[in-house]
Write a protein that binds this ligand. Structure first.
Ligand code: A3P
Ligand code: MG
Ligand code: MG
Length: 380
């Protein structure tokens, strides 16, 4: 008997062009013109409350409320409350894409479909943070990543898997690092109010379960993307009135004293800040500079779209076009490799510094990440 291929994707794998096995990450390979990136559009939002429970509304959205521009430096004490007013999210719980998938099941009417075989009009669904890691890969020398990919009803879902190294680092985090992490969240509390005209309340508890997430649709080259990202606050007085442009990303960093320190900050830290905010179209990043005693000694605002002007004088610096071209190439690589539509099949893409991206295939394994309730919801 003649063997009949089960579907076209199986046929393509047997007789079509060879699928590449690895993807290089060398920056020079991606040093071309900036690719097409459509203005990110907000499709909706959701909130995670103090118990990390999902709500399909903006209850956790906070309002940017900086200290008066004139007058003394703010003197925020970022260590205040670390011991007695800190509720930490349980990072050992693997949430995967679940919150975003829940938003999708509740908002499918907002995502018009172009054909019956594809209930979701997007090539990729993922977290913004996963894409940030992809964007910075050509310049990353420390931390590798693992990204699980499943093709389900015409859409590729990308969900991060914690590497062994990352798990070890998380479990063995030093006291100093734990306190530094707290300080990042404490800064948000000093800079945000619960209402547009309110004042920040630094006497409250810092609870890292709480989050407000925006859901963004955009396009990179030939890839349509639907992703969600956590947003620190919105500026009710922003010159850009609509989301996502009116959102503000808050960051802390050690105060700098020399041009050399600033150069290093641009090279190694700004790339992550830029990638995180550029992807969802967040137009401003407000940096709070930490003094040695854990107080904020200065604030600086960066316009996301102008960051490339700050870094282009340094020939040894990263290039936004390289990041975006690499991301487009990675998404094209994923499309070529993952062709079997099956919610229980996972291609695990893996990258370690100094190596190209490669992948392994896992059927019905622990890597399966699309929950049954989601598969059922999209099958009807
Ligand atoms: P800072 O980045 O200001 O130090 P985000 O900036 O993305 O809104 O995250 C808020 C804070 O969470 C960070 O504040 C940092 O303290 C902590 N944080 C986020 N991602 C982290 C990571 N990968 N490792 C350690 N801390 C992290
Ligand atoms: Mg944040
Ligand atoms: Mg932040």
């Amino acid at each position: 008997d003649r063997e009949v291929p089960k579907d076209c994707s199986a046929k393509r794998q047997r007789t079509g062009p060879k699928v590449p096995l690895t993807l290089p990450v060398t920056p020079s390979r991606y040093d071309g013109p900036f690719p097409f990136y459509r203005r990110p559009a907000e499709m909706g939002h959701f909130s995670l409350d103090a118990q990390r429970c999902y709500h399909g509304d903006a209850r956790q959205l906070r309002y940017y409320t900086p200290p008066p521009a004139e007058g003394p430096s703010p003197g925020f004490d970022l260590r205040d409350g670390y011991r007695d007013r800190y509720v930490r999210q349980d990072e050992s719980v693997r949430e995967g894409l679940d919150h975003l998938l829940k938003w999708i099941t509740q908002n499918r009417k907002l995502l018009p479909t172009e054909d019956k075989g594809r209930p979701l009009n997007a090539d990729f669904v993922t977290w913004r943070g996963h894409l940030t890691k992809v964007l910075t890969t050509p310049y990353e020398t420390q931390e590798g990543w693992l990204l699980a990919v499943t093709l389900f009803r015409g859409t590729l879902y990308i969900s991060e898997v914690e590497t062994e190294a990352a798990r070890k680092q998380r479990e063995e985090r030093s006291e100093l690092l734990k306190e530094l992490m707290y300080m990042g969240y404490k800064f948000e509390q000093y800079m945000c109010a619960d209402t547009p005209d309110g004042t920040p309340d630094p006497t409250g508890v810092v609870n890292t379960n709480e989050a407000y997430c925006t859901v963004i649709r955009t396009r990179l080259g030939t890839h349509s993307l639907l992703f969600s990202g956590e947003v620190d606050c919105t500026d009710p007085r922003s010159p850009w009135s609509d989301p996502p442009s009116c959102y503000v990303e808050l960051k802390t960093s050690k105060v700098m004293h020399s041009p050399g320190q600033r150069k290093s900050f641009y090279r190694h830290k700004m790339i992550k800040w830029w990638a995180q905010s550029f992807l969802p179209g967040v137009s401003r990043i407000v940096a709070g500079y930490r003094g040695p005693e854990g107080s904020i000694v200065g604030l600086e605002t960066f316009e996301t779209m102008k960051i490339f002007q700050l870094i282009r004088e340094d020939p040894g610096c990263w290039k936004p076009a390289v990041c975006m071209n690499f991301c487009a190439a990675f998404l094209a690589f994923v499309k070529k490799v993952v062709t079997e539509d099956n919610p229980k099949l996972v291609h695990l893409f893996t990258w370690e510094p100094g190596h190209p991206v490669s992948f392994t295939v896992h059927r019905d394994s622990d890597y399966t990440f699309l929950p049954d309730w989601y598969v059922e919801a999209l099958s009807t």
